[in-house]
Structures are given as C-alpha cells and as structure tokens.
Design a protein around this ligand. Structure first.
Ligand code: HEC
Ligand code: HEC
Length: 202
C-alpha cells in the first residue's frame, strides 16, 4: 500500500476531467480502475487484509462511500490517507461510473479459516442477540450477506477489515454508520470477531 498510487489515480482522473462530457469521464474511470486495482485487487477482489473488496458491492453503497470520502465525513486514518485525495477530484458521474463498474464484477468466493468462530458468528448473523437488543445482521445485509439496496455486501470481505469497521462505528469517524453503532453497542469484542469471521467465510 503506497500513497504514491493514490496520487497516480488522482493524476489519471485529472487528465480525464480536462476533457468535457460524460464520455471523457467514463474513459477516465476506465483508466483509473487500474490504479484502484493496485490496492483493491484485480476486478475489485482484494488480497490484502485491511483493504476492502469492491467486487459485487451494491451500487448505492459504493456511491455513498465515495461521496462520504469526498465530503471528508468518513474519516478513519486510512481513509484520510488513501481515499480523500482521490475522491476530491471525482465528479458525481465518475463516482457512478466506479459504482457501476464494481457492482458488475464477480466477487471471489469466501475464505473459511476458523470454523468454531464462524459457527458462533453465524448464530449472531442469523438470530441476533435478542436479550441484548442486537438485531439479526441478515435483516439488513441479506440472508447470504450479499447486501440489499443501501446495505452493503459483506460476503467474502476480509475479517480484519470487517472487525476494524465494527470498531470504527463506535467512534465518530463514520457518521453514516449510526445505525451500526446502535446495532453493535451491546456486543463484546469476541462477538464482533465471530461475525467478522463468519462473513469472510461466505
Ligand atoms: C493506495 C491504496 C488505495 C487506492 C489506490 C484506492 N483505495 Fe480505496 N481504499 C483503500 C483503503 C486502505 C480503504 C479502507 C480504509 C479503512 O476503512 O480502513 C479503502 C476504501 C475504499 C472504499 C470503501 C469500501 C467499503 O467497503 O466501505 C471504496 C468504495 C473505495 N476505497 C474505492 C476506491 C476507488 C474507486 C479507487 C480508485 C479510484 C480506490 N478506492 C483507490 C485504499 C486505496
Ligand atoms: C438495521 C439495519 C442493519 C443491521 C441490522 C445491521 N447493519 Fe451493518 N450496516 C447497515 C448500514 C446502513 C451500513 C452502512 C453504513 C455506512 O454507510 O457507513 C452498514 C454497514 C456495515 C459494515 C461496513 C461494511 C464496509 O464495507 O465497510 C459492516 C462490517 C456491517 N454493517 C456489519 C454488520 C453486522 C456484523 C451486523 C449484525 C451484528 C449488522 N451489520 C447489522 C445496516 C445494518
């Protein structure tokens, strides 16, 4: 992971933005996805623990995240370092272009690494923790963690990244995650790790 790559993506986009019109913007998106791939993986399937996969992600969610980076409202340290610079240069049309591109890519199969932890996570994912007011995750993220409308796909996302986001929701760094903050308020770190392991395995 390298900040120079973020600068290269910014440069690719600026060159495209100088030409007028949506055709030129789409060309710029095509060039820039190669740069996105250096971190997010070929076709948006990441092989790095702390970099999310974008393949198969729901369009609406990707659009909202890129806009939240551009307005600097989503502000975890790595987002500031790697995503603020690139997103600052994006037009709404380019953001939609990236979201369409990644929504159409085929997500890689999930990776199972810890079956006992995954079983614990599956129970929470499907049934919630009624005594603690934790809703079943599937109610919003889909039966197979495939996502739905504004709710992101989680299936196959690396457990390290997922756990890190669940912690971020407890801070003011993801203001659009207030639903998630309430959802996980009563969960222990062990329970968060369990659901993270489970969604990675899907
Ligand atoms: C230099 C590495 C790097 C490059 C290049 C890069 N990203 Fe990222 N991106 C990251 C990291 C790291 C995160 C997650 C940070 C975190 O939340 O901990 C991220 C997060 C994201 C997210 C949020 C995903 C989610 O599940 O919430 C989206 C969307 C995204 N990037 C899109 C893009 C697009 C589109 C490009 C190309 C224009 C791009 N990124 C280029 C490193 C990069
Ligand atoms: C009531 C609906 C709802 C429920 C239930 C819910 N979520 Fe979410 N979740 C959301 C929304 C909305 C977002 C997007 C937040 C944003 O835009 O930043 C989200 C985002 C996430 C993300 C961030 C994904 C990424 O790519 O960065 C993770 C991880 C997540 N949820 C995990 C879970 C888990 C695990 C559970 C069950 C314990 C759960 N969610 C239950 C609505 C829900």
């Amino acid at each position: 992971m390298n900040k120079l790559l973020a600068l290269a993506a910014a440069a690719a986009l600026t060159t495209g933005a100088q030409a007028q019109g949506s055709k030129a913007e789409l060309d710029a998106v095509q060039r820039a996805v190669h740069v996105c791939a250096s971190c997010h993986g070929e076709n948006g399937n990441s092989s790095k623990a702390l970099i999310p996969s974008l393949a198969g992600q729901l369009r609406e969610y990707t659009i909202r995240q890129l806009k939240d980076f551009r307005s600097q409202s989503r502000s975890e340290t790595d987002i500031q370092a790697y995503m603020w610079g690139i997103s600052a240069l994006l037009s709404d049309e380019q953001i939609e272009g990236f979201a369409d591109y990644y929504a159409a890519q085929k997500p890689a199969a999930g990776k199972s690494t810890h079956s006992k932890l995954e079983a614990e996570g599956k129970a929470i994912y499907e049934k919630g923790l009624p005594a603690k007011g934790v809703l079943p995750c599937k109610q919003c993220h889909g039966d197979n963690a495939e996502g739905a409308a504004g709710f992101p796909r989680l299936a196959g996302q690396r457990a390290d990244y997922v756990y890190k986001q669940l912690q971020a929701f407890r801070t003011p760094l993801r203001p659009h995650g207030v639903v998630m903050r309430n959802e996980i308020a009563a969960m222990t770190p062990q329970q968060l790790k369990a659901v993270a392991a489970y969604v990675q395995s899907r």
